[in-house]
Design a protein around this ligand. Structure first.
Ligand SMILES: [Fe+2]
Ligand SMILES: [Fe+2]
Length: 253
């Protein structure tokens, strides 16, 4: 298995769009025979991850479930991916924030009562590669042909390492828009929206979905510090339209 440094440099995020269509998680004999037990263990690790004062694992697993479900709907209903590919995405994406449970973290970092400092922000960003570290360790004893299955070798590590990318190259791994396919762009949008809906320790009110999406659009009324200007392309409009159809709510008008 290649190291994380090699994976982070070499995974092709455009090719990912066809790789996700190339197998079927639900019926694949290699995954069924060897991988589902490991997934159960990793999912238990996430759900039972706990801080001293609150059970962060419950919030984290709920976030992962919501993003997987939302992404599944967006991929099939709006972007033309097959049901099989969307199911593959759903299963893999449940582990995109696995790195937040890495032993190197003091759990309290996920529930700060104030805005994180620059150092804390940098530490939190490491959850992308730390997720792949935990994952590669968990599958290290599987037969090589299972380790080399695209679901394990490419899809899960890609969703872990690249779910915080931005079109302008200012994301965690600094990939640019022209290196990103539709699947990863979709995940970056769906994950960002859900993250912006979470009530943090330093927040007073929870944002609405409309507020979160308008903030992602970089509209000044909703985004005083222009955090997301340059982060997304027209796929965000596509996603907003998809959500308008789904919820019956007007977001852009
Ligand atoms: Fe994340
Ligand atoms: Fe996330």
């Amino acid at each position: 298995m290649p190291t994380i440094n090699i994976l982070v440099k070499t995974i092709d995020l455009i090719e990912l769009d066809s790789i996700i269509e190339s197998y079927d998680y639900k019926t694949d004999p290699l995954l069924t025979a060897h991988f589902h037990q490991i997934e159960t263990k990793l999912w238990h690790r996430i759900e039972s991850y706990c801080c001293n004062t609150s059970s962060y694992g419950a919030a984290l697993s709920a976030h992962l479930r919501r993003v997987s479900q939302d992404g599944h709907e967006f991929l099939t209903d709006a972007l033309g991916f097959s049901k099989k590919a969307a199911n593959n995405f759903h299963a893999a994406n449940l582990f995109h924030d696995l790195g937040k449970t890495h032993n190197a973290y003091n759990e309290d970092i996920w529930n700060l009562p104030y805005r994180p400092t620059d150092d804390q922000r940098a530490e939190k960003r490491l959850h992308t590669v730390r997720g792949t570290e935990i994952f590669l360790e968990a599958i290290a004893d599987l037969p090589l042909e299972v380790q080399h299955h695209p679901h394990l070798r490419i899809v899960i590590p890609a969703l872990q390492m690249f779910h915080h990318e931005r079109l302008d190259g200012q994301g965690y791994a600094k990939r640019h828009g022209d290196e990103m396919g539709r699947l990863i762009k979709a995940l970056c949008i769906v994950d960002c929206k859900d993250g912006d809906l979470v009530l943090r320790g330093h927040h007073v009110d929870r944002r609405t979905e409309k507020e979160a999406l308008l903030r992602m659009k970089g509209l000044s009324d909703y985004d005083g510090n222009a955090k997301y200007v340059g982060a997304f392309d027209e796929m965000l409009d596509h996603y907003i339209h998809h959500r308008e159809l789904k919820t019956g709510q007007n977001i852009l008008s």
